[in-house]
Design a binder for this molecule. Structure first.
Ligand SMILES: [Zn+2]
Length: 191
């Protein structure tokens, strides 16, 4: 096949040199509710074209490549005093896979065990392009299934206003689960 960027022959949808050029991740940090840190690996604008593949046939492959360049590298370096669980925000499959479950799966490591179908939204409201006021007025209504550990890492694909993650954190805290920090693939500026 051909690399989707340089169109050279490649066994991957994005060849290794193009991954190095376009998908070398950084750590962008910000704080949300109760001072919980959100670490993001890319700026939204820098990977927008890749993120837009989410609901296409390519989405699964492109998200896997992005996760290998970010979540998997983070997990490899991450050390903690004991094993913890990572859970993804609303990992319901759509377009044949769940993009947040895919990101979460790449955290599998010595100290992190991904758990699936734990945090699901009751409200399918779409936040893309919507204001903070709209988001606050239309909560996702998360339900949390039982988790084996008392500490978790929360995983999502994009943080914009932080409304979704704040609500997810609150849902965990209500159930007596401590959120150590959150990881997102991209951080977007509020429009
Ligand atoms: Zn290429």
């Amino acid at each position: 096949m051909k690399c989707m960027i340089c169109e050279n022959f490649s066994l991957l949808h994005i060849c290794r040199p193009c991954q190095a050029t376009h998908l070398t991740s950084s750590l962008f940090k910000r704080k949300i509710s109760n001072n919980i840190e959100v670490i993001s690996f890319y700026e939204y604008e820098d990977i927008k074209d890749f993120l837009l593949t989410k609901h296409t046939d390519l989405g699964y492959y492109i998200y896997s490549i992005m996760a290998q360049n970010s979540f998997a590298l983070f997990a490899k370096e991450f050390a903690f005093s004991h094993a913890i669980t990572s859970i993804a925000v609303d990992d319901k499959p759509s377009s044949g896979y769940s993009h947040t479950a895919l990101l979460n799966r790449h955290l599998q490591s010595k100290f992190i065990t991904p758990a699936y179908a734990k945090l699901r939204a009751k409200n399918d409201v779409k936040y893309a392009g919507k204001s903070r006021d709209f988001r606050l007025a239309n909560p996702r209504g998360f339900t949390l299934a039982p988790i084996k550990t008392k500490e978790v890492i929360l995983v999502d694909d994009i943080i914009t206003t932080g409304t979704t993650l704040s609500e997810a954190i609150f849902t965990c805290q209500k159930a007596g689960i401590e959120v150590l920090f959150c990881l997102t693939l991209a951080t977007a500026k509020i429009q």
